[in-house]
Design a protein around this ligand. Sequence first.
Ligand code: ADP
Ligand code: MG
Length: 696
Amino acid sequence: MQYLRNLKDSISTLPKVGPSATKCYSEMGIFTFSDLLSLSPRAWEDRSMIHALGELEDGMTANTLVEVVAHSYFGPKFSNKRTLKILVKDVSQKGYGRLSLVCFGRNFLEKTLKVGHIYYLYGTVSRHMGELQCSQFEMTPATEDGDFPDSFGKILPIYPLKGTLSQRIIRRDVLAILSKVDRFEEELPLSIRTKHSLLSFDEALRIWHFPPSLSSHDHARKTLAFSELFYLQLVARRRNVSLARGTSQGPSTPTKLELKFIEDLPFPLTADQMTVLKEIRKDLDSEQAMNRLLQGDVGSGKTLVAWISSLHVLSTGAQVAFMAPTELLSRQHAESAARLLEPLGIRIAFLTGSVKGKERKLLLQAIAKGNVDIIIGTHALFSKEVSFKNLRYVIIDEQHRFGVEQRLALLQKAEVPDLLLMTATPIPRTLSLTVFGNLNVSTIRTMPPQRVPIVTHLVSEGSRERMYKAISVEFKRGHQAYFVYPRIDDTGESNLRDVTNMFEFLKEHYPQVPSALIHSKLDEEEKMAILKNYQEGKLQYLVSTSVVEVGIDIPNATCMVIEHADRFGLSALHQLRGRVGRSHLQSYCFLVFGNDLTDDAKQRLKVMKESNDGFYIAEQDLVIRGPGEITGTRQSGFLRLHYASLSEDLDLIEQARKEADRILLTDPAFLTEDNSVIRRTLSESSPFEEENQEVF
Ligand code: ADP
Ligand code: MG
């Protein structure tokens, strides 16, 4: 008996997997046996029925037993460009009819497909001048005992492919692993399986890859998806259900520290900021751990809310961790926190992978001793070496950029911390139900006053000059700009504009205007120095890849140029555009597009021109992309679900959640006989452990 997730043998230990296949697998994120068995077929091909040659029409698929009758060659005489043609006849029980296999570039088949021998043939046929032909086919020698070979008489999975991998190779390797395991360990209690008529895990996994009938894989998928959703919610909701934390601290009024901070701000809070602050304070003061999502469009003032709410817990001697997805962004947050909060005596620290050596050691000590109040950083905040003295409150900025594993890892740093997730990209309800148990949502709808809506222009090649002129007017007014391109340098592969060449071009175009080039290959120090100069107005424009996408706050920047805008997704475009329009100044966004736009790209650009509203844009994004990705694709940034679909499985999600809650309430330690599979699964093969801890 084996847990699927515990099959950690390297794929390269399989007998026929060499370095080239190993490499292709690794490009698909497949390293271990478990990874490969978790690869979902994208479709299945029914080869269970014989389709004899005599029954076939143009375009139909042959699936039958044939005998090789003769070899011949066609093409120019006396040249080495001649092509092998193999004549076969049907010898299945229903069989009659003949077919020519045209072997373009595969003359070597003369040696392997021998006259008089019997093979299983699979391939799509066509009719040429009365002759039935097939040029893409699989021929597998018939086995001596008359059994079907592995690829015939069955329903076969079709997997996504990379490089030199073929369906045949992946199927072979999946089968090899499946045959090594006598039985996969069960993960769901019998009572749940019976109630929801689910298969055993072992049956489900095997059927999922090689279903005995085309309808049976639905049943397998339901079983696997249920199990996945059940554990996801069990783990997420365990936080919620069990947790009392001492008595309530009375009414949730702002602390003195908060009031002082708010008074000293150069502007009043918006009504929405005040409302969400009330909601957050109430959670912070309650016995239950906070589990709240703060959503608000880019520039709506979420960060400020985060700082003020931090002050609420700091007055009780607690620590706060603030995590942002990039080094750049977390450093900017750390700087603004230092500016705003240090005058109040709050001790701020900045921790990312780039803080090294002695400095790091001292910092870690200070955090462990409680000599730091707010720790700001990237995912380095929850690497194993960091321990907090009294972490009470965890804030995650741009939460959609983090994987679930990373979030769960940070939560494990504290008994039961309060959790505030901030996002400018509203998340689907299905996701808020699953990943976070039951997430409460606070929303900032209105922008700070005096914000002028950004004007967005769609710019074709022909109107490029006009755009450059408009921007030079902004430069004369002392305003700043971003120019964003999709790539760093010209790799010769495509005609995309790149930052390196465009930087030179723009320097000639705007000879007097100071500028800099910034992209992900620069080291952090360089990037920070450039941004600092930009912030201080010493640089007037940045030529950049999408490193400016997240969070950077430069109110004097009024122009955003995005080239090849059709190549960006809606949420990236909205994030990028959100770098301007951050003050009372009129801002402009120029979306430059090329000639051959896909329909989807046209729609995306239209949405951008029409609206500045992040919620509307997120909705349209879902509409344009259709109802979710197909089962098994990775929902990057959100969550890696192999079988369940967040857009289509709402019913299943709810059923699984009910079961998880029922068990958490009645048997939280999983002590009954029936629930003991849960206890074992969690302790021996937890579905949500900190995998890929350092990478994302
Ligand atoms: P978000 O994180 O939601 O994208 P930020 O918190 O970065 O937004 O805020 C964007 C800008 O708006 C910052 O410069 C911030 O100081 C400013 N800001 C925040 N709240 C207000 C307010 N109530 N009135 C005016 N400006 C505000
Ligand atoms: Mg922000």
